[in-house]
Design a protein around this ligand. Sequence first.
Ligand code: G16
Length: 547
Amino acid sequence: MAGLPVDSIQHLSDEHPKPVDVHFQYGTAGFRTLGTLLDCVLFRVGILAGLRSKKLDGKVIGVMVTASHNPEPDNGVKLVDPRGEMLESSWEAHATALANAADTPSFISALDTFIKNAKIDLSKPARVVYARDTRPSGGALVSALEDGFKAIGVDARNAGVTTTPVLHYLVKAMNTKGTKDEYGEDSEGGYLRKLSGAFKKLVSGKAPLAPLIVDCANGVGAIVGATLAEHLGDTLPIIIENGATTTPGALNNHCGADFVKTQQKLPPSLSSVLKPGQRACSLDGDADRLIYYYLDERSVFHMLDGDKIAALVAAFIVELVKAAGLEGRINVGVVQTAYANGASTKYLSERLPVKCVPTGVKHLHHAAEHYDIGVYFEANGHGTVLFSPETKKQLTSYEPSTPAQSTALGHLNNLMDLINQTVGDALSDMLLVEVVLAHKSYSAVEWDSLYSDKPNRLVKVVVKDRNIFKTEDAERRLVSPPGLQAKIDELVRRYDGGRSFVRPSGTEDVVRVYAEATVKSQADELAFRVAGLVYDETGGDPVKRPK
Ligand code: G16
């Protein structure tokens, strides 16, 4: 075990024992489960982050302690790779294996094997930046993480309590500092100055924006959002709602992007605040999801989700590319998942190349990297826009031939600063939406009228073992349990415009069932009947969402 500080690891590892009978899994967004179970995982992730950095020659690795949209008692942790993207997927299995070693000796032995197999040079430096959201369990979990850093000798920077996208940004900013690819000042303040500066340029000369209500899910978005609001001043008056970050039990409770998207209704706390015609949006617990909505003149709720954001933004970027005289030289494409509303896929694919990939930001991000400009959004409000390195070069060196081309080019360059290209950021995406609405002079109603959503329903089923559910075709079809997909197909055929799929969640201990149909009552019925099939198969428990 040459080079491995066994004594230090042994001593500290004994203080962070693994609970018996718990299996941890690095899932859609890292490890995620009850906060009370995660102490040993955080310690081990601290060591793993150090090893990842050593493997990458001392590049800065990010660690974010959050469970995002999950209920407040949950927590989680995920690693961020040097360019600010999600951990390379081959390391997810290593993370899972190390987290599940039963005790200190088996953990040290697993570490030793891993270091040898992955050919990690322990003499290399290790640098990590870490942050957490506002969850009450966060402080203690961060201490366990810091013990992991201590055990292996990591030069670690604490970014404090901030949003997931800020942490992703910091990783990239720290790794590019002083290089020709410098991404920005490596601080939360530097990031917010970058966003607000680009926003001010993009809306300059446009009609003043009406105040925007922002539901912060009682999470960290309220803290960072308030600072952003100061930077924006009158350019975008922001009214923060659900900013109770220290009230026990408030996080994501009857508010936030996941509540709005899954319940398809207004957070109850906004019912006396939101006026017909006014725009509002919801973030999730770590501010990387964004859902817009409004009430029409009859006070009927209308949701503008990730699909609608993708449609709005992609069309705007295509127009700018054309106006800049770059049509045919810069191609724009869109990436979605199976949850994308059928109407949005139809609308977008009539205009642009559209690709469907499995759930999870990493899948969307990688697929979007294949376009010159890749717009990716999950229906649940996660997403961003990526400009390829060649496109960046083209946009910064291109010589426009008319004033109109020059204006459009300026907008595209400012968009590159406005958009967080490491990962989707609800606050940056919110500014992006506001820019497009200002440029198009769209109200929420006009934006909504781009296409009409097909009625849909998402339900969860609690099952004994969600791992028996295996999918193919970007999660649109089940391959296991055998025979279940044929039963789903048979059921779907009976519904006009029917579509349904089943997949295991990677962040909650449930199976998700999605259904669409031409009529709302039929979409609901199809979802519950498919959930019934899942239940019959596994002896699970369909969790109906309250109306
Ligand atoms: C995470 C992922 C998203 C995914 C969501 C739900 O979001 O980052 O890509 O859509 O979980 O995943 P699943 O259906 O597998 O539970 P968040 O906002 O919770 O970090």
